[in-house]
Write a protein that binds this ligand. Structure first.
Ligand code: GCO
Ligand code: MN
Ligand code: MN
Length: 388
C-alpha cells in the first residue's frame, strides 16, 4: 500500500542494525527472534523506504572476528549498500557489552580499561570514515556508578572529557569529516549515568577542547525517563546549535527504558517534537532507536519499522495542518506567541534603564487578560484525534 504517509529516502529516516536486529532479549528472558543478517537488514530497509543504516562496531563485526572474516563482512556489507543505495550516516562503538567495561569505559578508574576503550573507539571512527559516516555517536552506557564511594565524579568527568578530546584530535589529524554527538541518559544500565540529561551534556561540551566538533544526540526515551519534556530538550539543543543527531522512540515516564515504536506512547510530545524539527527545517537524520515488542517475529519487526516512519509522517502532516488551520491560527493570536519575537528592551544608550523605569502600564488591566490556552489546547487535541 502506498499513500501520503509512505516513507521515501528524502525523509531521512534511519535505523540501527541493533534496532531492527534486536532479538527480544530482556533481563528476564532470552532471545525470541533469530539473528538478522546485516545484509538482509539493509535490503529490508531499502524496501520500506528508509534512507540509512547505523551501527555499533560490534553489530557489524562480531568481537573476536579474524582479519579475513572482518574483510569478508565489510565486502558483503559494502556490496549491499551499493546495490540498495542505503547510506551509513552514523556509527558508534559498543563500550558497554563486554565485561571489561563493567565499571565504565572512558571513566573507568583503571587507565588500562580507559586506554582499551579509546583504542576501540578510534577503530570505530576509522570504520565510520570508511563508510562515509559524518556523525559519531557516544552513548556512555557504562559511564556511571552504583557505589558512589568507588568513584569521584569530577575526576571521572575529567577522564570523560580527555577521551572525547582525544577522539576529536584523532578525527582532525586523520582529515575525517566527522562530528561527535553525545547521547545523555539518566540511568540504565548503571544506577546513575554521567551526563544524565541534555542540559548536563550541553554544559559539558563547553569544557571540551573542540566544542564546535561536539553536539548532541538526544533520545526521546531518555529525557522522558527523567520526567522531562523531550520537545523542550530538543528545542534547547537546536537553540544552542547542538542538535547533531536524534534518537526517536517512545517511553512511558517512570518505567524502565522501553525503546518503544515512535509515537506509540507520548503522542503529544511526539507531535510537538516533529513540529519543532519541521518548523526549523532541521536537515539531520531521523534515527529510530527503538525495537519491536519481543512478542513479535520478523514480520512484526518490519511492521514496527514502517510504523515508526508512518507515525512521523502523519505527525508532520498534522504540524502542517496546524499552520494552515484558521481557528488554530486565530487562537494563536490570542496567546500572543508571536510577540516572543519582539525584543524586551530595544532601547540603546546610557539612559535606557531610566527610560524603562519611567514607562507606566496598567498592571491590573494587563494581568486581567486571558490568553486562551484552553481553547488552543483543545484544538490541538482535536487535530491529533483526527477530526480537524
Ligand atoms: C540505549 C541507547 C543506545 C544508544 C546506542 C548508540 O539506551 O541503549 O539509547 O541504544 O543509542 O548504543 O550509541
Ligand atoms: Mn536508549
Ligand atoms: Mn539511543
Amino acid at each position: 500500500m502506498t499513500d501520503d504517509f509512505s516513507p521515501v529516502p528524502e525523509d531521512r529516516f534511519t535505523f540501527g542494525l541493533w534496532t531492527i536486529g534486536n532479538r527480544g532479549r530482556d533481563p528476564f528472558g532470552n532471545e525470541t527472534r533469530p539473528l538478522l543478517d546485516p545484509v538482509d537488514a539493509v535490503r529490508g530497509l531499502a524496501r520500506i523506504g528508509a534512507y540509512g543504516v547505523n551501527f555499533h562496531d560490534d553489530d557489524l563485526i562480531p568481537p573476536g572476528s579474524t582479519a579475513p572474516e572482518r574483510d569478508g563482512i565489510l565486502k558483503r556489507f559494502r556490496e549491499v549498500l551499493d546495490e540498495t543505495g542505503i547510506k551509513v550516516p552514523m556509527v558508534t562503538t559498543n563500550l558497554f557489552s563486554q565485561p571489561i567495561f563493567k565499571s565504565g569505559a572512558f571513566t573507568a578508574n583503571d587507565p588500562v580499561v580507559r586506554r582499551h576503550a579509546l583504542r576501540k573507539t578510534l577503530n570505530a571512527i576509522d570504520l565510520g570514515a570508511e563508510f562515509g559516516a559524518g556523525i559519531f555517536v557516544m552513548w556512555g552506557g557504562r559511564e556511571g556508578a552504583e557505589c558512589d564511594a568507588a568513584t569521584d565524579v569530577p575526576s571521572a568527568l575529567d577522564c570523560y572529557a580527555e577521551a572525547i578530546n582525544a577522539c576529536c584530535a584523532y578525527i582532525k589529524e586523520s582529515g575525517y569529516q566527522m562530528e561527535i554527538a553525545l547521547e545523555p541518559k539518566p540511568n540504565e544500565p548503571r544506577g546513575n549515568l554521567f551526563l544524565p540529561t541534555v542540559g548536563h551534556a550541553l554544559a559539558f561540551i563547553h569544557e571540551l577542547d573542540f566544542p564546535d566538533m561536539v553536539g548532541l544526540n538526544p533520545e526521546f526515551a531518555h529525557e522522558t525517563m527523567s520526567g522531562l519534556s523531550f520537545h523542550h530538550a530538543v528545542a534547547q539543543a537546536l537553540w544552542a546549535d547542538k542538535l547533531f543527531h536524534i534518537d526517536l522512540n517512545a517511553q512511558v515516564p517512570g518505567k524502565f527504558d522501553q525503546d518503544l515504536r515512535f509515537g506509540s506512547e507520548g503522542i503529544r510530545d511526539a507531535f510537538y517534537l516533529v513540529k519543532l524539527l519541521d518548523d526549523a527545517e532541521w536537515d539531520g537524520m531521523r534515527h529510530f532507536d527503538a525495537h519491536a515488542y519481543r512478542t513479535d517475529d520478523i514480520d512484526g519487526v518490519w511492521e514496527f519499522a514502517v510504523g515508526c516512519m508512518r507515525t512521523y509522517l502523519v505527525l508532520r502532516d498534522k504540524a502542517r495542518r496546524f499552520a494552515q488551520d484558521p481557528e488554530i491560527q486565530e487562537a494563536l493570536e490570542v496567546t500572543k506567541v508571536k510577540s516572543l519575537g519582539i525584543p524586551t528592551m530595544p532601547e540603546t544608550g546610557a539612559d535606557r534603564f531610566e527610560r524603562l523605569r519611567k514607562e507606566t502600564i496598567d498592571v491590573d488591566a494587563v494581568a486581567a487578560v486571558g490568553y486562551g490556552h484552553e481553547r488552543l489546547d483543545q484544538l490541538v487535541t482535536e487535530l491529533l484525534m483526527g477530526i480537524r
